[in-house]
Design a protein around this ligand. Structure first.
Ligand code: MG
Length: 404
């Protein structure tokens, strides 16, 4: 029997080519030149992920056989006894994706082939069209349609909309201000306008981003029913998922949920009771490819589709992992895509390519993505941005804290 290939080092690479703090984990092996990359990006708390890897996982993992992905996932997860939190899950994900990358490189196969092979040639994506008024939203929807997009998420004035300084209570602290009632009314106007001007030949989506009281979210879902959304995203905060039972009884607007989920207990009953239509976890925040593939399989039994989270605070390594899951999952729904800049493509050669609404992988072994570490080092992360973080400091007109 040949000698096992073992882990010789686990490194944390912190980089912010677009000003967004990214965490990439590099697992090095006993085979010269063989390494894997994984995404552990938790942009608001990236140093906690780095600490979890550098000070805890690294020594635990050195010497382990890279082939034992499942065992490494299981033992790493319980190594801290307490588990299922976003920081430790991201650290675990960085290692897990890197091990899948290594497995693919050793086999000479893309990861989607290891996961069962392609069920489709490319993944349809949705992009995000925002605007200050309904006309600007319409213009931006048309721009994406011209690029061949088939799915477009419409927002107006950012998540929850925006309110003017004048309508705020006196002496309110800094924050991202919105009015949930105005936001809910405006959102209906956006879809009324877009459907009446553009028609029905495009799939439209919307992200509530947990900005409404549960009963208002139910009402919005009902009010949007006639505009035939592809899905309504994160309409409730993770703490309020029991309200999905009521939403289901009131509306046929499809439900997508799970961006903030970290623990299987948050999704199992929603899926088995058919209370959601799309699961859209942030893959690194649930622990990587290993748990995501299991989650996709679990969803398949209930005809729930996948729509993995894909914003700018997922590294290109994480986007590649999303794509390999999309291609190999029979119950893939749609993939969120943010449109990386040229500098991201230089730092991360192999970043997936979008053409006419579809995201394509390359056929390189593993995740098919690399990092130029020298170039990455020229874009250091900036922790000072994590502290004020205005958009997660959401507030309503009177200055009260709200879910972001
Ligand atoms: Mg979202």
């Amino acid at each position: 029997m040949s000698k096992p290939v073992t882990i010789t080092d686990v490194k944390v690479i912190l980089t912010a080519p677009e000003g967004i703090n990214l965490v990439v984990i590099k697992v090095e092996t006993s085979e010269p030149g063989l390494y894997g990359l994984g995404c552990g990006t938790f942009t608001q708390r990236y140093l906690t992920v780095a600490t979890a890897v550098n000070d805890y996982l690294r020594d635990f993992l050195i010497g382990k056989d890279v082939a034992n992905i499942e065992d490494i996932w299981q033992t790493s997860q319980v190594h801290s006894s307490w588990r299922n939190g976003p920081s430790l899950n991201n650290a675990l994900s960085g290692v897990d994706m890197a091990l899948w990358d290594i497995a693919g490189k050793r086999a000479g196969m893309p990861v989607y082939d290891l996961l069962g092979g392609k069920t489709r040639e490319a993944a349809a994506v949705y992009r995000h069209a925002d605007g200050k008024d309904v006309h600007e939203v319409e213009d931006n929807v048309r721009k994406f349609m011209d690029q061949g997009l088939l799915y477009i998420r419409c927002q107006m004035g950012g998540y929850g909309g925006r309110v003017s300084e004048l309508s705020r209570a006196e002496n309110t602290p800094p924050g991202s201000y919105f009015d949930p009632h105005q936001y809910a009314r405006d959102t209906v106007k956006v879809f009324e306008h877009v459907r009446s001007t553009i028609g029905n030949d495009i799939e439209l989506l919307h992200d509530v981003h947990e900005r409404l009281a549960p009963i208002e979210a139910v009402r919005l879902s009902k009010n949007l029913q006639k505009y035939r959304l592809f899905f309504l995203e994160d309409a409730l905060a993770p703490e309020q998922v029991e309200w999905f039972k009521i939403m289901r009884q009131q509306s046929t607007t499809p439900v997508a949920m799970g961006e903030l989920f970290v623990n299987p207990q948050e999704w199992l009953h929603l899926i088995s009771n058919r209370l959601i239509d799309f699961i859209r976890c942030h893959i690194s925040t649930i622990g990587g490819i290993t748990p995501a593939k299991k989650l996709a399989h679990y969803c398949e039994g209930f005809s729930v589709r996948t729509a993995w989270h894909g914003p700018g605070d997922v590294s290109p390594v994480g986007h590649a992992a999303n794509l390999h899951l999309d291609l190999s999952s029979a119950n893939f729904g749609v993939q969120e895509w943010y449109g990386p800049s040229d500098v991201i493509r230089e730092v991360f050669p192999g970043t997936p390519e979008l053409r006419r609404g579809y995201l394509y992988p390359n056929s390189n072994p593993g995740l098919g993505i690399d990092i130029d570490e020298r170039l990455a080092a020229k874009f250091p992360c900036d922790n000072s941005k994590s502290v004020p973080n205005m958009w997660t400091t959401a507030r309503t007109r009177d200055g009260a804290s709200a879910r972001p």
